[in-house]
Design a binder for this molecule. Structure first.
Ligand code: NAD
Length: 294
């Protein structure tokens, strides 16, 4: 079995690394935060003091970090992955980052005879714990096939989309649809509430019709209950909308709906609520329409 290195064991990375351990893989972990590293060590993981040291002890290195700058720092920075890799290794970044960064990493690592995959996920911490993530993958077919047994431990719907960066483009598309659908659900529920209609019944009625969606179901329930504990933090979704907008600029594709939702996310973050769940988009609309205050 391949020896796995896992860098970034936060909300998502920790349960993903744990599933690899449970499947019998030897896993070496590293994170700036000591606590999840210690918790994984109690479950049988090895730990290493730097990303470079993880790479030295591994055949496959996986990263699950917040954003492009962190992934670049871990790969190219001092004591980074690049300092510990050997030809024939495989690098898999499962964070949500800019497609251009994934392409750059793939290019630099290929010069060292190391394959790289971008493999962002969807499914949240629930999917990470259950091993049911959707995984969208960019990179060569050979690298994808090598990684598939690992992906099958962490996920269920695993699709090889295309070359380096294609996984991240797919994830950006996912985040556009999720962000704008939350906005649609939030607008509809704010209107229903202001019009004095029972929003619980509105949601029940719509869940049986053409407007049905998982977002109406799950985020609609959060909006209904006013429960904005994360889930997926609005500041992380704002980061993903930025990736989508940047990619739109690269390819000259206007994304007006994405830009508008991103700007509403900015307003919520400016109010100090960036750590709330992304369904808190509804709060902004409720405030504008004076819902709940009359
Ligand atoms: P998180 O903040 O919980 O975890 C990130 C971890 O990376 C932290 O433990 C942090 O200490 C560590 N880290 C940061 N910089 C580091 C460095 N230089 N070296 C070593 N460790 C470092 O975030 P998360 O929710 O686990 O998200 C990780 C990625 O997955 C993000 O790109 C996010 O957009 C994506 N994602 C998250 C979810 C979700 O529901 N949380 C769902 C799908 C995708």
């Amino acid at each position: 079995m391949e020896r796995i290195g896992f860098i970034g064991v936060g909300i998502m990375g920790k349960p993903m690394a744990l599933n690899l351990l449970k499947a019998g893989y030897a896993v070496t972990v590293h994170d700036l935060n000591r606590r999840p590293v210690d918790e994984l060590a109690q479950q049988g993981a090895d730990s290493a003091g730097s990303a470079g040291a993880v790479a030295e002890q591994s055949d496959v290195v996986i990263t699950m970090l917040p954003d492009s700058p962190e992934v670049e720092a871990v790969v190219f920075g001092p004591d980074g992955v690049l300092e510990g890799i050997r030809g024939g290794m495989l690098f898999i970044d499962m964070s949500t980052i800019a497609p251009a960064t994934s392409e750059k990493i793939s290019k630099v690592l290929s010069e060292k005879d190391v394959d790289a995959l971008d493999a962002p996920v969807s499914g949240g911490d629930v999917g990470a714990k259950a091993g049911t993530l959707s995984i969208m993958v960019g990179g060569t077919k050979a690298a994808f096939e090598r990684a598939l047994p690992l992906f099958q431990v962490m996920g269920k719907n695993i699709v090889h989309i295309g070359d380096a960066g294609a996984g991240q483009v797919t994830k950006a598309c996912n985040q556009i649809i999720v962000g704008m659908t939350i906005q649609a659900v939030a607008e509809a529920m704010t209107l229903a509430k202001k019009a004095g209609v029972d929003i619980e019944k509105v949601r029940d009625a719509l869940l049986g019709g053409f407007a049905q969606s998982r977002i109406l179901d799950l985020h609609g329930k959060r909006i209904l209950e006013g429960n904005f504990q994360p889930g997926f933090k609005i500041k992380l979704h704002r980061k993903d909308m930025n990736i989508a907008l940047q990619t739109g600029r690269t390819f000259s594709v206007p994304l007006p709906g994405t830009a508008q939702v991103a700007s509403q996310m900015d307003a919520i973050i400016a109010q100090g609520n960036g750590d709330l769940d992304h369904s808190a988009l509804a709060l902004f609309l409720q405030e504008l329409s004076n819902v709940g205050k009359e």
